[in-house]
Design a protein around this ligand. Structure first.
Ligand code: ECB
Length: 135
């Protein structure tokens, strides 16, 4: 039975979000607001097709993709860059590469003990987020 990421997940922790935001050139004032947010992930998985919504009281972000199919991503409301992005399975982990102006950019999702993990990386910075299922 393959892993199912579907569900609504609430943020528990957000390590080095500041470093990640600096790496993608988010300005000071926006970082101060964004650093206080507890975001929620709403994931819909239908086979290899995904919609991921990241929700907060400040801004929302949404992306839809199919595993292995490169798509044009605009990080609207984040750093507003264009990327050629692709998500692949590495075992049960989802590994996204975001090719664009910024080097070594991407993210990895996995599930462990029914918690959702997300590593967001850019250049030499890694932000690790952990989410629990919405009760
Ligand atoms: C959208 C909620 C956070 C809003 C923060 C607003 C301004 C700060 C600007 C940039 C911060 C950089 C990233 C925000 C962190 C996560 C947003 C989604 C990142 C992402 O690529 O999620 C993937 C993997 O779950 C699915 O789209």
């Amino acid at each position: 039975m393959p892993v199912d990421y579907s569900g609504t997940w609430n943020m528990l922790s957000n390590d080095n979000f500041e470093g990640y935001m600096v790496a993608i050139n988010i300005d000071f004032a926006t970082r101060k607001i964004a650093g206080l947010l507890k975001t929620q992930k709403v994931i819909r998985q239908d086979g290899d097709s995904f919609t991921m919504k990241t929700l907060s009281t400040f801004r929302n972000y949404s992306s839809s993709f199919k595993i292995g199919v490169e798509f044009d991503e605009v990080t609207q409301g984040l750093d507003n860059r264009k990327c050629k992005s692709v998500v692949n399975w590495v075992g049960d982990k989802m590994v996204c590469v975001q090719k664009g102006e910024k080097g070594n950019r991407g993210w990895t999702h996995w599930i462990e003990d029914d918690q959702l993990y997300l590593d967001l990386y850019c250049e030499d910075q890694v932000c690790q987020q952990i989410y629990e299922r919405k009760p």
